[in-house]
Design a protein around this ligand. Structure first.
Ligand code: AKB
Length: 317
């Protein structure tokens, strides 16, 4: 049985990943690592161990690794793309100095490490349609710079020291539990909340702007099954393209309208978000993930929309 530390366990992905890992590996085997300003609440707090785990403090992380005999670290500590543009030093400190702390601890304590990359690791000179696994990565955002560096450092620790590092490039993740904060793809979550609350949605992204997106259950499954994959099959490591759907604002709006016919959307484009979105791929080619560890998503735009609306309606927002 694995002993897992999730760093960033109260964030958008971390909060659901921690619960899913507890279901699969046992509550006591999964430690929720958080920063003091974002302590776990409710079931996340009550269902298993939690510890303050600031990636920028190596001694703090080392103590947790030793105390719980951790062998696997999901390192989700990072600032998202929009917020990283206004706090570049913090984005680097958390994303890269924090990652180096994790990798060094992993090297000394024989841990596997998952540190996600993103579609944000690509830039304007990357082929935008069906972006290949191995291609140009010259991002023009601080977020992208940290994500490319994450991929390089993770591969370096694997090649040089044999640390078992593996990761995916996440698209925009859509979920109905913990909202994202400060990302370019956040609109694709916010739109569902507006629709279910009966509010008009003001879309910050221009019509015709395609980006890759994914429903949370598929994202969780990707992160967990990649770490379960047979290492002898992995030609790549950091980080795999994964894909399940690509859409523009008008496509998600039309899909929601099938379920909520009087829903309204207008555009008020945010120049920073739009510039970031324009620099990212329209869609990714995930052939390598499918071949090397049998990646296969379950949800498309239609099935995700039905599920999102059903779950949000049940919460009586
Ligand atoms: C963001 O929009 O910053 C993230 C991402 C695609 O990495 N959701």
């Amino acid at each position: 049985m694995k002993n897992i530390l999730v760093v960033g366990a109260t964030g958008q992905i971390g909060s659901e990943l921690t619960m899913e890992l507890r279901t699969r590996y046992g509550n006591d085997h999964v430690v929720a690592g958080y920063i003091p300003t974002a302590a776990p609440q409710g079931e996340l707090r009550d269902s298993g161990p939690s510890e303050v785990a600031d990636v920028t403090d190596p001694n703090m992380i080392l103590e947790i690794v030793k105390k719980y005999k951790i062998d696997t670290i999901y390192n989700l500590a990072a600032l998202l793309s929009v917020v990283a543009e206004s706090k570049p030093m913090l984005a680097w400190n958390v994303g890269i100095n924090g990652l180096l702390n994790i990798l060094e601890i992993a090297r000394q304590n024989n841990c596997s490490v998952f540190t996600p990359s993103s579609i944000g690791s690509f830039g304007p000179s990357t082929p935008h349609i069906k972006t290949p696994q191995d291609t140009i990565q010259r991002p023009c955002t601080m977020y992208g710079v940290t994500k490319v560096t994450t991929e390089l450092l993770s591969d370096y620790y694997f090649n040089k020291y044999g640390v078992d590092t593996r990761a995916v490039r996440f698209p925009g993740i859509i979920s109905n539990v913990t909202p994202p904060g400060g990302g370019t793809t956040d609109y694709a979550v916010d739109i569902y909340y507006s629709a279910v609350k009966g509010e008009k949605f003001i879309c910050p992204i221009k019509e015709g702007t395609f980006m890759d997106m994914m429903y949370m259950p598929d994202a969780l499954n990707a992160a967990i099954s990649l770490l379960e994959a047979d290492p002898s099959r992995l030609v790549h490591r950091n980080a795999f393209n994964i894909a399940s759907m690509s859409f523009a604002p008008e496509n998600i709006y039309a899909e929601i309208k099938k379920n909520i016919p009087n829903f309204e959307m207008v555009y008020d484009v945010d120049p920073l978000k739009q510039a970031i979105a324009d620099s990212w791929p329209d869609s990714l080619d995930d052939t390598c993930a499918r071949q090397e560890w049998d990646w296969k998503p379950q949800f498309n735009l239609e099935s995700m929309t039905t599920d999102m609306i059903e779950k949000l309606k049940a919460r009586n927002l």
